[in-house]
Design a protein around this ligand. Structure first.
Ligand code: PGA
Ligand code: ZN
Length: 421
């Protein structure tokens, strides 16, 4: 049973405060969990509690969230069995009492929820992926590696936030990771040859100033080929437009402001996507339209949903209420899954299950603000969702997840499975 829960303010990969939870069980188990933080966040995400005291970290401190853990959550959970995940998560939700976890803070709640899962796994002498996923959890996710960054994750002239290399044609996770890490290095060479910047954005991908968004795709295709791989067969491309970040009026109007491509409407973005999907080996497109543009999203899906995976991130925020609506209205055919968008492990699992039951795919994701915590890697294997994104082949907080997946693959040996769909 749980004998102590403590919390400290640590720094994430952007140098902003975040919550780390430390949990101890009566059998001597000690576990810790650290909470990630997004930049291009959805409006209806669970509420990340920040102190707002401008004298500390520009208001971004999380002392209050930590205090809520120690003074309110800990006394309620002490003595409980850490393996009662569903019950713990229910109690956390009830203790908070708000719809968006804003009283105690979703960062406080998620940290405790994750720490309980980790402590219980350790106490059962099981790796986290097996504890959460059972004996069936043997499928490694295809690593969708974000090698070129734009939008709010970089200070460059690219509007779309993420361009990912997806090694779906590789024979295994480790080979897939090698394919895309090599592509990352080739891309660096190509950028260097052209006199373009090789500095990286928040998720470790390059963030060059390009003449157009399309140039990003052309560069990646070239990098795939020059690395010795076949675009579309070994490695395809995934895009996260994060279109909420360049929507102007919540009415289907957009301004591709960073590249200077200028004003567009939903139909223009759909036409552009159609053209690109015909021309380039694109396999997945996330947030092609903004979170409020349900109609545009559904149109996008009816135009392209039979050719590519259409993923909703800001529009669904890992919330079964919004995913259910999406399923009813054919808004997409997949949902992004981020633990801190909803705020407990159990609710995240419910979101994945809802997708599965309805023939949707679940795309597991890190945040642009991360820590060295590798919970996500184990969680992706436990959920057997088939793909995950954890940034690029640079920045240790990104590699920590990929490296943990290499460990899991090694532990599974010949039982490890790897396939796209
Ligand atoms: P975020 O970006 O973590 O900054 O929200 C990730 C994403 O949009 O998928
Ligand atoms: Zn996204």
């Amino acid at each position: 049973s749980i004998v102590s829960i403590d919390a400290i303010e640590i720094l994430d990969s952007r140098g902003n405060p975040t919550v780390r939870v430390l949990m101890e069980l009566d059998d001597g188990t000690e576990a810790s969990a650290s909470v990630p933080s997004g930049a291009s966040t959805g409006e209806y995400e669970a509420h990340e509690l920040r102190d707002g005291d401008k004298k500390r970290y520009g208001g971004k401190g999380v002392k209050k969230a930590c205090e809520n853990i120690v003074k309110q959550i800990a006394p309620t959970l002490l003595g409980m069995d850490a393996s009662e995940q569903a019950k713990i998560d229910r109690i956390l939700i009830e203790l908070d009492g708000t719809d968006d976890k804003s009283r105690l803070g979703a960062n406080a709640i998620l940290g405790v929820s994750m720490a309980a899962a980790k402590a219980a796994a350790q106490s059962h002498h099981m790796p986290l992926y097996r504890y959460l996923g059972g004996a069936e959890a043997k499928r490694l996710p295809v690593p969708c590696m974000n090698i070129l960054n734009g939008g709010e994750h970089a200070d460059n002239s690219v509007d779309f936030q993420e361009f990912m290399a997806v090694p779906h044609g590789a024979p295994s996770f480790s080979e897939g990771l090698r394919y895309v890490a090599e592509t990352f290095h080739t891309l660096k060479k190509l950028l260097h040859e052209r006199g373009l910047a090789t500095s990286v954005g928040d998720e470790g991908g390059f963030a060059p100033d390009l003449g157009s968004n399309e140039e990003a795709i052309e560069l990646i295709v070239e990098a795939i080929e020059k690395s010795g791989y076949r675009p579309g067969e070994d490695i395809s491309i995934a895009i996260d437009s994060a279109a909420t970040s360049f929507s102007t009026d919540k009415k289907g109007h957009y301004d591709l402001k960073w590249s200077g491509a200028g004003k567009m409407q939903s139909i223009d973005l759909i036409a552009l996507a159609k053209e690109w999907v015909d021309k380039y080996p694109i396999i997945l497109w996330e947030d092609p339209l903004a979170e409020e543009d349900w109609e545009g999203f559904a149109r996008f899906t009816s135009a392209l949903g039979d050719k590519i995976e259409v993923v909703g991130d800001d529009i669904f925020v890992t919330n079964t209420k919004f995913i259910s609506r999406g399923i009813r209205e054919h808004t997409a055919n997949a949902s992004l899954i981020k633990l801190n968008q909803i705020g407990t492990v159990s609710e995240t699992v419910a979101a994945v299950r809802l997708c599965e039951e309805n023939g949707w795919r679940a795309f597991l994701s890190h945040r642009s603000g991360e820590t060295a915590d590798t919970f996500l890697a184990d969680f992706a294997v436990a959920m057997q969702s088939g793909h995950l994104k954890s940034g690029s082949a640079s920045r240790s907080e990104r590699l920590a997840k990929y490296n943990r997946l290499l460990e899991i693959e090694h532990a599974l040996g010949t039982d490890a499975k790897y396939y796209w769909k």
